[in-house]
Design a protein around this ligand. Sequence first.
Ligand code: HEC
Ligand code: HEC
Ligand code: HEC
Ligand code: HEC
Ligand code: HEC
Length: 165
Amino acid sequence: MFLSPARVLLLAPLTLCLAAAGCRSAKAAPEQPIDFPHDVHVGTYKMDCQYCHSSVDKSQFANIPAVGTCMGCHRITARDKPRIQQLTKYSQEGKSIPWTRVHDLPDFVHFTHRPHIRNGVACAECHGDVGKMEAVRQVAPLSMGWCLDCHLERKAPTDCLVCHF
Ligand code: HEC
Ligand code: HEC
Ligand code: HEC
Ligand code: HEC
Ligand code: HEC
């Protein structure tokens, strides 16, 4: 395949990123079907993370809330705003919102929120100050070194089989 100079330029940051292995840190926020503002809900209206992400300390995955949870407020709140009309349409059609994942560890890594939350690790230590983010984005590298640094510091287990099985 012939690579034009423009094409090489396009590929260069990707190669650098693979080489530096730090490329998953501080990624830009992905496109979402509805631009959901964490800063409005958490920053301005002081909502608790677990009001929406209610399974974060209970099951392996932190849930994204169902449309019904949103409609609890938005049947009335800001119902004439375009983004809320988009939301209402999903609700009326009985469809769930196809949110794009922001964080996604490889399948060979075992991560669960529960032991972290139960041991007092704050959301912000891994996700940054989400309450100030207009669109949530990944701020930590999620590399093995990043996990291990904290595990060593907090005397959490570092056995390979804790995270790989
Ligand atoms: C009103 C409901 C609501 C509240 C409150 C809320 N979130 Fe969210 N959160 C969402 C929705 C909806 C998404 C999916 C859209 C997106 O990624 O922007 C999401 C996505 C996320 C993601 C990205 C998930 C992924 O795909 O990797 C993180 C991390 C997150 N929230 C953390 C938090 C934290 C930390 C707090 C509290 C400081 C919080 N959220 C409060 C609704 C909420
Ligand atoms: C506890 C009540 C509550 C819940 C639950 C809630 N919101 Fe909101 N939301 C608000 C308030 C209050 C505002 C600010 C409205 C305003 O500025 O007029 C807002 C604003 C918004 C906006 C910005 C609207 C605009 O264009 O200014 C979007 C988008 C939004 N919410 C989506 C959602 C989604 C999606 C969910 C569910 C994941 C959700 N909300 C859950 C109370 C809530
Ligand atoms: C020890 C670091 C850490 C802490 C503390 C943490 N998270 Fe996460 N979070 C992660 C990682 C890593 C992922 C990606 C998991 C994956 O891809 O399997 C993630 C993913 C998520 C997701 C996407 C759904 C999922 O489970 O993959 C949401 C939502 C989320 N976190 C919310 C929160 C909230 C809310 C808190 C605080 C109550 C919190 N997180 C605390 C590291 C953390
Ligand atoms: C900011 C600190 C911090 C980060 C970052 C962190 N952890 Fe942890 N982790 C902890 C603490 C604290 C515990 C609880 C240890 C205990 O039970 O005493 C823990 C526990 C765990 C456990 C349960 C261990 C057991 O008891 O069986 C797993 C699995 C785990 N972490 C995986 C990960 C993975 C994978 C990552 C990176 C994606 C990660 N952690 C990042 C602090 C952290
Ligand atoms: C606290 C959690 C944790 C522990 C303990 C851990 N790993 Fe990992 N490991 C990870 C994460 C997270 C990744 C994914 C890194 C990425 O995608 O950048 C990873 C990736 C890997 C990879 C893939 C190659 C790479 O570097 O991306 C190998 C091989 C690996 N780990 C081996 C081990 C071995 C061997 C041990 C024990 C000495 C171990 N891991 C202990 C979290 C852990």
